[in-house]
Design a protein around this ligand. Structure first.
Ligand code: SAH
Ligand code: SF4
Ligand code: F3S
Length: 443
């Protein structure tokens, strides 16, 4: 029998929403009186998993093995909880395969204290329900956060792209109510946030009723947050092209606190591949959408997600992805090799692409994306902008922060974490820039 854990550690493997969930689970454990500890010293280790690609799942099993081995050497047997999307997808299979103490899905982690207590008595503790009542109401209030905070406003996905597990692991699209979101935003600002990134698998599908009972979209929420005293910056991610309303595009022109950055995954440049992916937008409609966004906010930094080697993708179709990249000029992007996910329609397509072909395509795509990222960074040299200071750098007096275009910027300044410092961007490296403050901020 295991005893009640006194210390905990949360390790998050996935997207920003997964990171947000990890923070909330940590707050939940702290509210139970547990103390945060390093992974190699904690009585309870929560592995907050991601199921999006094959390697993510395998990593969890190897992590469990390593954790046990390291703890065993110290004569410890920590309680292990598997949370997140692998927990949702694999459920009891994880208990069977890895004999972990707790399995909890992304929509039921508010039940973690009860599950941990049950596991402490030696009973199996598994909860992968997707309750109608939201977990958010059962979570403790936000207390202490860094200058840049995440706020999940929308969960789940109804789009069913043929390669993707998210609709199965996260469930249907749900929007958190307006009042709940505004309350959490205020709590985050009180807890130290200067920037809030609104999160959702399809965040721009968010909809709700404001205090006056009017139906609002994400743009309405952003406009309300713009009026929140103490909040300096607003971001949102991830968006789906089909939910990109004119109102949201206009917000990029009108709303001062909304940062000039848009992450809008496209996945592929070929219409045949996009159809096979069930993306419900085509190449031309995506490019037209970006034209409208750029018309509203000419300096906007664009970002995307790409999958290479979707089943049946020919060399000519892949070349259309490269030409789309050339046409857009992304400021940054994520690109992945297609990974067949159990239970998704694309995994059953016969024409899977050979690993060597995928490697080659990924390399060529990443070369193009890196080229464009560097070009974007170089083009911002000479611009003046605010940098939100997020942490200390390696050198004395050096701080690290983000530009409005989500670039990492190094600067020498006496300013504190959480300050906005006006700089001129003076040099660009491949992954970060240097900023020179105009005046030393008040200390
Ligand atoms: N809801 C978001 C993205 C969610 S997943 C959207 O649709 O834009 C994040 C990214 O992981 C996706 O955009 C896609 O590029 C990638 N991805 C999802 N499933 C994948 C799979 N089976 N193999 C490889 N990459 C995948
Ligand atoms: Fe997955 Fe597509 Fe939904 Fe994004 S829109 S989460 S890629 S199914
Ligand atoms: Fe991964 Fe789940 Fe996010 S599968 S990408 S942690 S929604």
């Amino acid at each position: 029998m295991k005893s009640d854990p006194k210390t905990f550690h949360v390790k998050s493997f996935g997207c920003q929403m997964n990171v947000y969930d990890g923070e909330r689970m940590g707050e939940l454990m702290a509210a139970q009186g547990l103390v945060a500890a390093e992974a190699d010293a904690a009585d309870l280790v929560i592995l907050n998993t991601c199921h999006i690609r094959e390697r993510a799942t395998e990593k969890v099993y190897s992590d469990i093995g390593r954790l046990r081995k390291d703890a065993g050497k110290q004569g410890r047997t920590p309680m292990i909880a598997v949370a997140g999307c692998v927990a949702q997808a694999e459920g009891e299979e994880i208990v069977r395969r890895a004999k972990v103490d707790v399995v909890v899905g992304p929509q039921s982690y508010h039940n973690l204290p009860g599950l941990v207590a049950r596991a402490a008595t030696g009973l199996p503790a598994l909860d992968t329900d997707m309750p109608i009542a939201s977990k958010f109401g059962a979570l403790p209030a936000r207390r202490k956060v860094g200058p840049s905070a995440f706020l999940t406003v929308q969960e789940g996905c109804d789009k069913f792209c043929t390669y993707c597990v998210v609709p199965y692991t996260r469930g249907a699209e749900v929007s958190r109510p307006w009042g709940q979101v505004m309350d959490e935003a205020r709590a985050l600002v009180d807890a130290g946030a200067r920037e809030i990134t609104l999160l959702g698998q399809n965040v721009n599908a968010w909809t709700g009723e404001d205090e006056a009972g009017r139906i609002q979209g994400l743009d309405g929420l952003i406009r309300a947050l713009d009026r929140l005293p103490g909040l300096a910056r607003i971001r949102y991610t991830t968006s789906h092209p089909n939910d990109m309303t004119q109102g949201l595009i206009d917000a990029h022109r009108d709303v001062g606190k909304l940062m000039p950055f848009l992450h809008l995954p496209v996945q592929a440049g070929s219409d045949r591949v996009l159809r096979a992916m069930n993306r419900s937008h085509d190449r031309a409609s995506y490019l037209r959408l970006l034209d409208r966004v750029r018309a509203a906010r000419p300096d906007i930094a664009l970002s995307g997600d790409f999958i290479v080697g979707f089943p049946g993708e020919t060399e000519a179709e892949f070349a259309e992805t490269l030409s789309l990249v050339d046409a857009v000029g992304y400021a940054q992007a994520f690109s992945f090799k297609y990974s067949p996910r159990p239970g998704t329609p694309a995994a059953a397509i016969a024409a899977q692409i050979a690993p060597a072909v995928m490697d080659d395509r990924l390399q060529r795509l990443q070369a193009a994306l890196n080229r464009d990222q560097q070009a974007f960074n170089r083009a911002t040299v000479g611009r003046s902008c605010d940098v939100l200071v997020e942490r200390r750098g390696k050198l004395p007096g050096q701080m690290l922060g983000k530009s409005p275009w989500l670039q990492s910027v190094h600067l020498l300044t006496g300013a504190a974490i959480g300050d906005l410092v006006e700089v001129e961007l003076t040099a660009a490296g491949p992954n970060s820039l240097t900023g020179s403050p105009f005046a030393l901020a008040a200390e």
